[in-house]
Design a protein around this ligand. Sequence first.
Ligand code: GLA
Length: 380
Amino acid sequence: MIETAFEKTFGAAPEVVVRAPGRVNLIGEHTDYNDGFVLPAAIDRYIWFAGRARRDRTVRVRALDFNDAAEFSLDAIEKDAAHSWSNYLRGVAKFLEANGHRLSGADLVFGGDVPREAGLSSSAAVEVGATIFWQRLVKLRLEPVEAVKLARRSENEFVGVPSGIMDQFISALGRRDHALFLDCRDLKYRHVPLRGEVKLVVCNSGVKRALAHSEYEVRVKQCRQAVEELRAAGLPVNSLRDVKLGDLITKGKALDKVALKRASHVVTENDRVREAVKVLEQNDLSYFGKLMNESHKSLRYDYEVSSKELDVLVEIAQKHPGVLGARMTGAGFGGCTVNLVERDAAEAFAEAVRNGYQEALGLRAEVYVCEASDGAMARV
Ligand code: GLA
């Protein structure tokens, strides 16, 4: 498919083909930028890239999903407001070159089936895919974690979104039938098998994450504020990762009320992730699901990043007999829920969600029955 699109656009066969997956986060939300723990999985929805090298320093890109094209020179990489989809690719090229890797010009097409603006990290998939594309094209080999950091820099410093490292990490390093347990402080990680007969079912609320950017920044600041207030109260912590539940009980009075709620979410969420990994390793999926449900409550009431639509989707899900656990996933304020569903119940569950959501809110939910998949890779 992507090869055909390339040939149609540029009249030759591509030299490099890459795919990079989207992701769901199973548990550990809004913990990554607090040096905490996350447990995402890559999903079997991908952004595909096909391209060839050029002799000059020009990059010509066609975005299939936007039915649009853009062109830039590697010698003057600037943000482009008129083709903002291209900034994810520009940023990656810019930081590769800034790190001393000489690129060549390229003709490139990309596109895929990771829903956009749905909180499934289509932008991280573009960044990670672009990183691998360039590596293949000019025969570079970056350490995987270095490539992840570079992709994230592109998001933070070029595109200008102050996100954590989770999305790029899982798109690059996901593994089929596994979740990935990541310590966002030292970036140590391990893959945890998803052994049971389960599917990861993603329900898209269809609500674009309008507040996601501004409120995300507010949450990042509130977490910093909580850390400062705890330090002022004599607790020697560098981030919410260092805070224990007991600290919040003894020092909570020193915190602004809102900051205390935000801190409570992060502290309890980190505990939940560690527990979730333990029970997943014991294959206790029903306990794992309970932790997912708890996570949603905490995001809804303490972190306040859920929405009416997400809450309705989660309520419908949690009533369904085949569901082990349900919660919002990603930054919040719209986007998707993730549901751990018994394999044989997945289709009936999808139907129940579509009908229930329509009945409750008069809205259409898209449902994607997914499996945990491998991280980004090139095909030569
Ligand atoms: C977005 C960010 C991630 C993470 C999540 C919330 O997806 O890109 O880094 O902070 O929100 O867990």
